[in-house]
Design a protein around this ligand. Structure first.
Ligand code: GAL
Length: 651
């Protein structure tokens, strides 16, 4: 486990570089990311290259015993380059040009930009690919940031038509798959198909879903363009990309195939401010962020490649981009860093070394203040370094998995049907319950190997086909406990209704679903489960059992008595269907009874206190502003853990 930092030498006088490198080393930093926004300083004018400064800083870092993560600068093409071509700028959903003056102003489908990317990435990787100090590469920076995955330019239109033709071959196959007979939307050729923007009413959700798939594929192809060149010139170096918090506009499972390691950028306070959590929770975790909101991302990115990940940018203090930007409490940067390691990070790298004096992020903290003197997080980073266990980074063996799929995110959020519906929301609400039991959770793709898990949780398994149904049934037959949530089995892969629902999952779930209830935000209905009443909100599937037994019934006057939770025995396992978006209390009761059947030992941790296990180390993390007396089944019951404290216990 190692530490890193994001560094912008081009922002500071050269006289600071050496002392900076020495201080990085003193803090225990190993990796230094440079270069990802530096295009205008690497190539100030068309045809005029200046790599000498980058040579010098890489040498300085290398001589100080630091390793470089070299970023390709493609998130920020310079003005002269944009002026040279007329097809690089993105177009927003209204068709307007997204102009120069910030970043990410390019379109993935632009042939000119692809060519310019090839050129700059080749130059960089030829020059530095075998440099001793360069240990890793980062492609671009945060693909999709500032809403830039989906572009509506002419190049995208053509590329989308080509993508459709490749995937459907025959226009009638597409008409059928999209149900274009509706509203006379039939096409005679692929050349007639537009991007799904500027329609009068909403565009066909099948059209939208394919456009989202296309946009994700275009981004991934653009990334491949870079990784292919880097691999050729820089053998043996890791290639990564820094993904974002709760960002679902492209398929990260697919992106990660072309990376050696996935990394992500962890900004817990900004994330909390932007989250839909209740105001009281936001106040409670104002200066630490919510542990589960953070670790959901750690567990997802660990699951995306099923191996350790990096945190490429770790918040080191205040950020500048949330509606309000509180200072983290003392100790919290250490808490975040240890939490990342506990969930499988191999590197935690702070963003940024020194606070920027100008431009958009001048209110954003770094490990150092604007004048270069150490800010509060420097000492915390050093402490994290000193606490890094000597033994090599251990494995995480999670007893349970949560199934997450970007296509289900797109499809359900495209047709929310209930205003409060959110795919992230239901995923996180299920995850929080599992974490409150002290369980390590793998967040993985539904089509992954499930055989190692005692229980598997699948909220909103929306788009299904026979293969997926077979895969899940195999898991259950072999003794698995599968829990399927609301909105599952509702659609085919092209986003049209299964008739009847849940389509290919009917046998596994042992039921059919003819009606769904979509509630107003905040409106609560009740189910009766094991003799008690529990609330649910937002969504309810009315279950009609065919082969399943009924465990709970709805109490809503509109459908009183309808089955709400069912269980189907298959082989030596069970498939439990939870038809509604249950309250945390309801989910806790259902999940704990399933986990007992699966022989998974459970704790009952208070809010904000979390346990994670990696290798032979147990990490106990207190995200509360108050000390907590440990109980809930923990071995350390009776001991006190301080506010924002982390305890590492060797087993
Ligand atoms: C990230 C980005 C960085 C910086 C940071 C500020 O999204 O990759 O370049 O903008 O946020 O928090």
């Amino acid at each position: 486990m190692e530490l890193g930092v994001c560094y912008y030498p081009e922002h500071w006088p050269e006289s600071t570089w050496k002392p900076d490198a020495e201080r990085m080393k003193d803090l225990g930093i190993r990796w230094v990311r440079v270069g990802e926004f530096a295009w205008s300083r690497l190539e100030p004018e068309d045809g005029k290259l200046d790599f000498a400064w980058l040579d010098r800083i890489i040498d300085i870092l290398g001589k100080s015993g630091l390793k470089v993560v070299l970023g390709t600068p493609t998130a920020t093409p310079p003005k002269w380059l944009l002026d040279k071509y007329n097809d690089i700028y993105q177009r927003d959903v209204q068709g307007r040009k997204r102009g120069f003056g910030s970043r990410r102003h390019y379109c993935f489908s632009s042939p000119s930009y692809q060519e310019e990317t090839r050129r700059i990435v080749t130059l960089l990787s030829e020059r530095y690919g075998k440099h001793e100090a360069v240990g890793a590469w980062q492609t671009d920076n945060e693909y999709g940031c500032h809403d830039t995955v989906r572009c509506y330019c002419q190049n995208c239109r053509q590329a989308f038509r080509d993508w459709l033709k490749y995937n459907y071959a025959d226009i009638n196959a597409l008409n059928e798959a999209w149900w274009n007979v509706f509203w006379s939307m039939d096409y005679l050729s692929f050349a007639e198909i537009e991007l799904p923007n500027l329609t009068v009413a909403e565009a066909n959700p099948s059209h939208m879903l394919d456009y989202y798939r296309f946009a994700s594929d275009a981004l991934i192809a653009y990334n491949q363009l870079q990784t292919k060149i880097i691999r050729e010139h820089s053998p043996g170096r890791l290639i990564t990309h820094n993904a974002m918090i709760y960002f679902g506009d492209f398929d990260h499972f697919e992106l990660a195939r072309d990376l050696d390691v996935i990394s992500w950028d962890n900004y817990p306070l900004g994330m909390l401010e932007h989250s839909p959590l209740p105001e009281t929770t936001k106040e409670q975790f104002l200066r630490s962020g919510h542990p589960d909101l953070i670790s959901f991302n750690h567990d997802l990115y660990r699951g995306v490649k099923r191996r350790p990940f990096w945190v490429m940018e770790q918040q080191p203090g205040q950020v500048n981009w949330a509606p309000s930007n509180p200072l983290p409490a003392p100790g919290v940067v250490r808490l975040w860093s240890q939490q990342a390691f506990a969930h499988g990070a191999n590197v935690v790298s702070y963003f940024r070394w020194r606070a920027a004096r100008g431009a958009q992020e001048l209110m954003h903290a770094g490990l150092n203040l604007h004048d270069g003197s150490p800010d509060r997080a420097s000492a915390e980073a050093k402490r994290v370094f000193e606490e890094i266990p000597e033994e090599s980074a251990g494995q995480i063996t999670a007893p349970v998995a949560l199934l997450f799929d970007y296509e289900n995110l797109w499809a359900t959020d495209l047709q929310k049907h209930a205003q409060a519906w959110s795919y992230w929301g239901i995923q996180v609400s299920w995850y929080m319950v599992l974490r409150s039991f002290g369980l390590d959770v793998d967040i993985i793709h539904p089509r992954e190997d499930l055989s190692g898990y005692k229980a598997v949780f699948a909220p909103a398994l929306h788009l299904v086909d026979d293969l997926l149904a077979e895969h899940l049934s195999d898991y259950v037959r072999a003794g698995g406990q599968l829990v399927i949530g609301p909105r599952s089995g509702a659609k085919t892969l092209t986003n049209i209704a299964q008739a009847p629902a849940p389509g290919p999952l009917a046998d596994l779930m042992g039921l059919r679903i003819d009606h769904v209830d979509a509630l107003r935000p905040g409106f609560e209905e009740e189910v009766e489960f094991q003799g008690s009443l529990y609330a649910y909100t937002t969504w309810a599937d009315l279950l009609t059992p065919t082969k399943a037994e009924v465990l709970a019934n709805y109490q809503s006057p509109a459908y009183v008595g309808a089955a709400a939770i069912t269980r189907r025995a298959l082989g030596t396992g069970h498939c439990t269907t939870v038809g509604m978006w249950g309250s945390p209390e309801l989910n806790a009761v259902i999940f704990s009874s399933i986990l007992r059947t699966a022989a998974v030992p459970l704790l009952h941790l208070p809010d904000g206190l979390r346990l994670s296990r990696r290798g032979n180390i147990d990490y106990l993390l207190n995200f509360n502003q108050e000390p907590i007396t440990l109980d809930g089944g923990l071995e350390q019951a009776g001991e006190v853990i301080g506010p924002h404290e982390v305890i590492l216990l060797r087993r």
